[in-house]
Design a protein around this ligand. Sequence first.
Ligand SMILES: Cc1cc2nc3c(=O)[nH]c(=O)nc-3n(C[C@H](O)[C@H](O)[C@H](O)COP(=O)(O)O)c2cc1C
Length: 196
Amino acid sequence: MPADIDRFSPNPSLIPVKEAILRNLKNATRKGESGQKLVSLASVAPDGTPHVRTVVIRSFDADEMTLTFFTDARSPKIAELKHQPIIQIMSYDPVSHEQMRIVGTADIHTEDELTRKSWQNIPEYGRGDYLTRLPPGSVISSPELIQHDHTLEDEYFTVIQVKISAIDWLKLSAQGHKRALLTWQDGNFSGEWRTP
Ligand SMILES: Cc1cc2nc3c(=O)[nH]c(=O)nc-3n(C[C@H](O)[C@H](O)[C@H](O)COP(=O)(O)O)c2cc1C
């Protein structure tokens, strides 16, 4: 269950808000927890067009302020992240009425220790997403023609690690909306309340 941030409302400090946000992000990566695992990732293509898609948050490290998601090295988003590594991740929790807009810098990992370790933890049935013969987005005449090549192993499996620099947090409430901008720079946290 997401923490109820309303109970902090008389406290002008943003520390409890930050802690609740970080706890919810951590919970999102735990199996069986109801946190916001599915988020929208926005990137910018070399021609300047915006691209948004759903991804699954796989891990969150509150000490390093990093999160990861998995993808295929051949997917168009990789070229976009190489071109412009600054991304936004947006989530909305309809239960707690909280929106988060995370700003971060994406670091692309392929064929390294992080990738190998992550691959080992993916069950056999979950690996198919990264084993298609044709790159994601290829034109095919029928969905039945999708083929997997298990000899590829983790060749195209990619871990994107995002270093979080800011979270624009908004909570809608009948008692009054709340908004804050939380920022992290060189390991130091600061926060300020904003008008919603
Ligand atoms: C529920 C859901 C979860 C998804 N999770 C991921 C994910 O974790 N990683 C990923 O690359 N694509 C994921 N996708 C697919 C992407 O949203 C997107 O369609 C695909 O990655 C192609 O994006 P691109 O062409 O912009 O690279 C998911 C889609 C849905 C509907």
